[in-house]
Ligand binder design. Sequence first.
Ligand SMILES: NC(=O)c1ccc[n+]([C@@H]2O[C@H](COP(=O)([O-])OP(=O)(O)OC[C@H]3O[C@@H](n4cnc5c(N)ncnc54)[C@H](OP(=O)(O)O)[C@@H]3O)[C@@H](O)[C@H]2O)c1
Length: 257
Amino acid sequence: MNKTVLVTGATSGFGKAIATVFAQNGYDVCITGRRAERLRSLKMELESAYKVSITTSCFDIRNRKEVEDAVAVLKQSHSTIDILVNNAGLAAGLSTIDEGDVDDWDAMIDTNVKGLLYVTRQVLPMMKEKGGHIFNIGSTAAKLVYKNGNVYCATKFAVDALNQAMRIDLLPYGIKVTGIHPGMAETEFSIVRFKGDEQRAASVYRGFEPLHAEDIANTVYYCATLPAHVCINDLTITCTNQANSAHTIKDAERVNK
Ligand SMILES: NC(=O)c1ccc[n+]([C@@H]2O[C@H](COP(=O)([O-])OP(=O)(O)OC[C@H]3O[C@@H](n4cnc5c(N)ncnc54)[C@H](OP(=O)(O)O)[C@@H]3O)[C@@H](O)[C@H]2O)c1
């Protein structure tokens, strides 16, 4: 029987690439997100390309009842989830704390922290019997706060704390917990942050090659396929032009171009 992976936020970016790499390698994948049409077309694409089963589950991760209902439905078709990738998340806005939009704060806290907790809480009973692996997608923003990043950074610091906490709490069940902390990657992340302003979003990545979603997907897959006794706890991954969440250079600034 194929192993099963549940990937939250699989309608774009990292989540879509992660779902794809696991499907390519023969895993059954449960894909989630709010955009039903994208879930449907990814299911068709992956099932026709690879001999795997793709289950779609459309819900808003901020809504506890929707999460509980969605995982209850998954339990009817899947006896176990071997790997959970807590990926769904967003940054909304970029401003000083005194000018921050409180609705943006709610969206980030509810999605990045509470949503991750809701899903994990519901999935864990399916994992505890046989063990498993949880990936939490943090960020370089979980390691160093950058200017105007305040609440987004706070949510990712929380994810980093939860990685550590889960690793302790889940030791008796043989459940691995891996924190993946990407730097700048050109997904829909900046389009969402800047509320659909595609030009502003593209300008974030101008002048250097950022990470690609596949770079993160391949890293998750690597960590997931290590021997049973090995767990990578924490990985920070940036493109070569980025040192941390506050320091990135353009190619033109390199001495050895
Ligand atoms: N790209 C970067 O530079 C970067 C760097 C570090 C960390 N990250 C983190 O990586 C993760 C993935 O981001 P990405 O770059 O792949 O961005 P993305 O392309 O915008 O993808 C975000 C995914 O999260 C889902 N999502 C957002 N809010 C949701 C909600 N309320 N309910 C359910 N699903 C929701 C979206 O699906 P729907 O819209 O269909 O719901 C989408 O599939 C996030 O946690 C982000 O913070 C990104």
